[in-house]
Design a protein around this ligand. Sequence first.
Ligand code: SF4
Length: 277
Amino acid sequence: MSNDLFKIARVGLHYFEEPCISGESGSGTIFFSGCNLRCKFCQNYEISHLNKGIEVDGKTLKKCMLYLQDQGANNINLVTPALYVVPLKGVLEEVKDQLRIPVVWNSSGLDGLVPVLALEDVVDIFLPDFKYSDDNVAWEFSGVKDYSERAFNAIKLMRMRHPKDEFDENGMMKKGVIVRHLVLPGNIENSLGVLDKIAEIDKDMYVSVMSQYFPTKNVKNHPVLGRRVTEREYEKVIDHFFDIGLHNGFSQEPSSAIEDYVPDFDLDALSELINKL
Ligand code: SF4
């Protein structure tokens, strides 16, 4: 085990992922602090931007994964893990033979090609975001250049390495790719463009089209981001999904756009848990 440290902000079961990821017993999430995007609207701002978290070594991280498995998690869900590709690969290689459940790579979509190749043997399910087809919007809202092409190439490679989606008898995903897209208010063309790009990669790809956006306190007065997505906007995106031949995926009820679904990052509770492992 290497001496690398990982900063994490939450270890626990999470019930609000896609049905084939959460199931009834929950997804075993480990939230990593920091992110390779700087989204103004981020709902996990305190960990992604402010880097809130606790540093743990690889041995502890491994114990966290086994703890989640013992709690009945359907999978080990690594949330915003992209800053830790190389050390995480090492931990996953060591723990993999003790895990009976799949490992999920839950990323911003800004994954390099070399990391995707490095991870293909230790990650069972790629769960990347595909946020932007319009690079101007990506720059304005998330401070990242060339997002569209970089995400497209990463997701295309993920699909090449995991070309077939596999599920168990309970409908839980065991292997494959699900692409997530969060619809943003006033940016429907961007969403339609993302769906076009996903269809270009593979029309059979599972796509999770999310309506859960709500303005956090950082953007509540923003001229575009300061409101929720309207039902009409969301419907337009869903109509386009079917119009272009996508047919596997998940949609959300408008009622998902509430803060209750944002996880609580309680570092005292995390510290207590880590000390017990
Ligand atoms: S990619 Fe996700 S976690 Fe990262 S800053 Fe953007 S919204 Fe937050």
